[in-house]
Design a protein around this ligand. Structure first.
Ligand code: GLC
Ligand code: CA
Length: 528
């Protein structure tokens, strides 16, 4: 057996996040669906994608657009049925593309049969599937925990006079992971999908599952304003007791042994912005990997970029999932300028991610350089749109994929579920595919260049920049990556016999081995 036979499939792979409702609508009802994804497999294969992470597709009342699951082992009719799912898995596999699903184990929908039962009263056999507590002596919530979406993490239940806990909406009650029955239920759920051919799972809210056994209040850092911005509310507390409890690891270790039976990829939404914190969440026998979110929070500034990649890369290495955007944050080109400069910067960041240890993932439409869609205020659908003062909610990054210049940008013949302004023709896949120097072509070439280069797994990164100044520069094995973060041209000098194998704009090696890099430009070279 050679080393490459034993290497897990995700090492060296490149992922693509599909927000299923907005990807491709096959039956023109306004919602993306599985048949729609199937119709785009050739597009994704051509782009050079290795795996798809598909956001939740289970039956759901859609209070949080699918992250409120009412049944874990089925498909919401909006997206198709289990046969459609099986057909997608088969077709993707035939094209060499793996399928990663999204597991939501922290909470269910309040319409899940477990919660409907649990709600009947303290004697119900499902009561302990959730977290119930008596009121504080003053009748208020049992402790000071707040929800990620703002407001208290507790909702009063009239029937029993107790509170139940939720890290997100009241329609998303948290499961009680100290109940061994929950562990057993989820073993079955995971096997159900792994048996159907799923190649991995992204674990939603991976830090949330276990809560402090004594439900102690969190230390308050700044006075909590229950009416304030949702991020400010959450950051008013040090989250010592509600999230990132050490006991979570026992769950991941258990799941890891199941995943390893199937050779499947177990990774999580590990929303912690400290490199050492991320490293602690990923000891060797737990999840294979975790998403790193700091790059979604930085300004375009060389020291911030370095801060968001160098240390974590050293501490966490191959276990990192790199992403510039997702369905939860404004699109990266929007954050970095909302124009062509923002698009170039996002591409440059993806070039940096692409040759570091770890797994890069782009969010649907990133390959078209998409900025946020324009959703008129009255059409916003995100439940946090109103109290997310920082970003105005998550609708802008969730608008339908612009496939063509047709009505609704070729996404659907019907008005899409989320209404947004028609995109400019130049933003569509149709206009960009095959066109030299389109964003699509730059991304496609990046992915294909990456595939054509030697496998870098296990090789260390050497930073060649001074740690200051606008140029970011590293080498890993035979490959070098250089990015100019400034708004002026910068020149670097390569060693003899270097060869440029990828560039985001016109750049040439001069006879003296110098390369002038335009603002936000990036290139990749092979050294001698
Ligand atoms: C994760 C998802 C987000 C969802 C939340 C609650 O953060 O990415 O979209 O709202 O979990 O499930
Ligand atoms: Ca549809």
């Amino acid at each position: 057996m050679t080393l490459s036979d034993t290497k897990p499939w995700w090492q060296g792979s490149f992922g693509y996040q599909i927000y299923i409702r907005s990807f491709a609508d096959s039956n023109n009802d306004g919602y993306g669906d599985f048949q729609g994804i199937r119709s785009k497999i050739p597009y994704l294969k051509d782009l050079g994608i290795d795996f798809l992470w598909i956001t939740p597709f289970y039956p759901s009342p859609m209070a949080d657009w699918g992250y409120d699951v009412a049944e874990y082992c089925d498909i919401d009719p909006t997206f198709g049925n289990l046969d459609d799912f099986d057909a997608l898995v088969e077709q993707a596999h035939e094209s060499g593309i793996k399928i990663v699903a999204d597991l939501v184990p922290n909470h269910t929908s309040d319409q899940h049969k477990w919660f409907k039962e649990a709600r009947k009263g303290p004697e119900n056999e499902f009561r302990d599937y959730y977290i119930w507590k008596d009121p504080a002596p003053d009748g208020g919530p049992p402790n000071n925990w707040v929800a990620y979406f703002g407001g208290p993490a507790w909702t009063f239940d009239e029937t029993s006079g107790q509170y139940y806990m939720h890290l997100f909406l009241p329609e998303q009650p948290d499961l009680n992971w100290r109940n061994p029955k929950i562990l057993e239920e989820f073993d079955q759920i995971l096997r159900f999908w792994l048996e159907r051919g799923v190649d991995g799972f992204r674990i939603d809210v991976a830090g949330g599952l276990m809560k402090d056994e004594q439900f102690r209040s969190n230390p308050e850092i700044t006075p909590w304003d229950p009416e304030g911005d949702r991020w400010e509310q959450f950051e008013s507390f040090e989250h010592r007791y509600d999230i990132f409890q050490k006991e979570n690891h026992e769950i991941f270790r258990r799941w890891r042994s199941i995943f390893d039976e199937y050779g499947a990829y177990l990774h999580g939404e590990t929303y912690i912005l400290e490199p050492s914190g991320l490293a602690e969440l990923l000891p060797g026998d737990g999840m294979h990997g975790g998403f790193w979110f700091e790059p979604m929070h930085i300004e375009w500034d060389p020291s911030e970029i370095r801060r968001s990649i160098v240390e974590v890369s050293e501490l966490v290495g191959e276990r990192i999932l790199w992403a510039a955007g997702s369905h939860d944050m404004p699109r990266s080109p929007t954050r970095f300028g909302n124009n062509d400069l923002g698009r170039s910067r996002t591409l440059a960041l993806n070039v940096v991610f692409s040759f570091l240890p770890g797994v890069p993932v782009i969010y649907q439409g990133e390959e078209l350089g998409l900025i946020d869609g324009d959703v008129p205020e009255e059409h916003k659908l995100d439940p946090v749109a109103l109290n997310d003062k920082q970003f105005g909610g998550r609708d802008g990054c969730r608008t339908p994929m612009p496939w063509s210049s047709g009505s609704n940008n070729g996404f659907s013949e019907t008005q899409p579920w989320l209404i947004s302004k028609q995109r400019d023709v130049s933003e569509t896949a149709e206009a960009q595919i095959g066109k030299p120097e389109s964003w699509h072509s730059f991304y496609k070439e990046l992915l294909h260049t990456r595939r054509s280069l030697p496998d870098l797994t296990g090789l260390a990164v050497t930073w060649l920049d001074s740690g200051q100044g606008p140029v970011i520069w590293y080498e890993r094995g035979p490959v070098g990556v250089v990015v100019n973060t400034s708004s002026e041209t910068e020149t670097v000098k390569l060693s003899l016999n270097s060869e440029i194998v990828y560039k985001t704009s016109q750049m040439e090696l001069s006879e003296s081995q110098e390369v002038a890099i335009p603002a936000a430009g990036a290139f990749v070279y092979l050294r001698d």
